[in-house]
Design a protein around this ligand. Structure first.
Ligand code: FAD
Length: 484
């Protein structure tokens, strides 16, 4: 390791990427300044993304489960929602975590500046603090971790309080009677799940033929079936032509060949059509940093930009825009600055949709393999054959493994069902370690758990599974063939 004690580092942005980079750089002996807009580190993820949404999704899960319990002979009645208290509980979760990060930064003797940074040149930043001070500072290296923001549709009057983005929806000012969600991506579906559980009649409009584009269709199908029951409507192949506010109502018109009702009225509209990287940092043109056509800062495998003194990580540095990817990129940037031989070259980055059921995948997907014309062997274990899923009364799930047909190495895993987000960790480790179908099959999984479906899916690769009968000659497994 090089002597890093003399290196001064500035990190712009205190989200999961920025604070991970700052903390590791400090642990590696560098003198670190972290400049961030909020009072504590946390970024979008902690203040207005992953954490508040998951706190509310936990509540949604409880409500949905208690409603479901009626079918098992347990009735709780309709929930009474105290929105103010729910909001303050969510704020408490955020405050606890961001406050903790603030303490961790100060324990590491990181200089935390609440403010905005802009570039003078490759090594010099202008820092405008929230207290109104301005400082010009020179650093050996600068890490850009400015993240992303909700993509706005200029044609919609986003100044109306009835048009929300994800931040506005997470603020949970009230529980509207009706809400239209524009965009069938994961953020829209997660927030739709929350509002539907709290009592809002939710509709979704998506211009593409399916929800969650990019995810395998067999994983999306069980979620869509459930949402068709809990949501008012799911309008696919449909675009929003106009949104007009009249008498405290949002009048929305739709276009598309399958559209049945051209105009509908909603109390609120949530626009959730993706996120835009925050790469337009004032003064960045005075450096050698390059931004690609999609607005992402271009980086190499060490997270170094075209300017050797500047690194970029997280949402601003490209897809997938996920907190755990940002963290790992932050670690790579800090270590590379420290002179370590590191690169960001993961085989598998997990993606989790925290809806009900959850969807999770990692590594190669079937959709991707088809696009690339890549030969794969797929093994699917339907949860109708899982003892644990039956005890939970959630047999709609599916565990799917993608193998290299020649080496029998696991290339990817996809799961739909409750706890898919927890289960996918096994897939990530297995893909990273190059685990084979035979090793997965012979790894003992505890009974009765949902994780057994991973092992049984690997058994099915060889045409063997105690709980799933597949008649010979081999034929694709089907739910009908399941024997509990
Ligand atoms: P960010 O978290 O975006 O943080 C960037 C920070 O930089 C911000 O605090 C910003 O204020 C600050 N900043 C920007 N410009 C400047 C400047 N010039 N000077 C100073 N500070 C600046 N990801 C997951 O992995 N799992 C999830 O479950 C998940 N759920 C999500 C739910 C929602 C509703 C949303 C919106 C996002 C969710 N994400 C989730 C995505 C996740 O939040 C992002 O991928 C992650 O926060 C990116 O981290 P980052 O470090 O790149 O930057």
């Amino acid at each position: 390791m090089n002597d890093t004690s003399i290196l001064t580092i500035a990190v712009i942005g205190g989200g999961p990427g920025g604070y991970a980079a700052a903390f590791l750089a400090a642990d590696l002996g560098m003198k670190v300044t972290l400049i961030n807009e909020e009072p504590n580190p946390g970024g979008v993820c902690l203040y207005r993304g992953c954490i508040p949404s998951k706190a509310l999704l936990h509540v949604a899960k409880l409500i949905n489960e208690s409603r479901h319990a009626k079918e098992w002979g347990i009735e709780f009645g309709e929930p009474k929602v105290d929105v103010a208290r729910l909001r303050s509980w969510k704020a408490g979760v955020v405050g606890k975590l961001t406050g903790g990060l603030g303490k961790l930064a100060s324990l590491r003797q990181i200089e935390y500046i609440q403010g905005r940074a802009s570039f003078r040149n490759s090594n010099t930043l202008k820092i405008d603090t929230v207290a109104g001070a301005t400082d010009i500072r020179v650093f050996d290296r600068i890490i850009i971790a400015t993240g992303s923001r909700p993509t706005a549709i200029p044609a919609f009057n986003s100044s109306s309080p009835r048009i929300l983005d994800s931040t506005g929806a997470l603020a949970l000012l009230d529980i509207p009677k009706t809400m239209l969600i524009v965009g069938g991506g994961y953020i829209g579906l997660e927030l739709g799940t929350v509002y539907a559980a709290l009592g809002t009649r939710v509709s979704i409009v998506e211009m593409l033929p399916g929800l969650l584009t990019g995810a395998d269709r067999d994983l999306v199908a069980p979620l869509q079936r459930r949402m068709e029951k809990s949501f008012d409507s799911i309008m696919l192949n449909t675009t929003v032509a106009s949104i007009k506010e009249e008498a405290q109502e949002m009048h929305v018109t739709f276009e598309g060949v399958t559209v049945k009702e051209r105009e509908k009225i909603f109390e609120k509209v949530l626009v959730s059509v993706g996120r835009t990287p925050n790469s337009v940092i004032p003064g960045i043109q005075n450096t050698k940093v390059e931004v690609n056509a999609r607005g992402f800062i271009q980086v190499n495998q060490h997270m170094q930009t075209c300017d050797p003194a500047i690194y970029a990580i997280g949402d601003v540095a490209g897809d997938p825009m996920l907190a755990h990817k940002a963290v790992h990129q932050g670690n790579v940037a800090a270590e590379h600055i420290a002179g370590h031989d590191v690169a960001f070259e993961p085989k598998a980055i997990p993606a989790v949709i925290f809806t009900d059921p959850e969807i999770a995948w990692c590594g190669l997907t079937e959709t991707q393999a088809q696009k690339e014309g890549r030969e794969i062997a797929i093994s699917k274990f339907p949860w109708a054959a899982s003892g644990r899923a039956t005890t939970l009364d959630r047999t709609e799930g599916l565990t799917k493994l993608l193998f290299d047909p020649k080496t029998e190495t696991l290339l990817g895993m996809g799961i739909v069902g409750p706890e898919a987000g927890e289960m996918i960790a096994e897939g990530v480790l297995a893909v990273e370690m190059g685990v084979t179908a035979s090793k997965l099959k012979t790894t003992i999984h505890a009974h009765p758990t949902l994780s057994e479906t991973v092992m049984e899916s690997a058994e099915l690769f060889f045409g063997q599974s105690s709980h799933f009968f597949r008649p010979k000659p081999s034929k694709a497994p089907s739910v009908e063939g399941a024997v509990k």
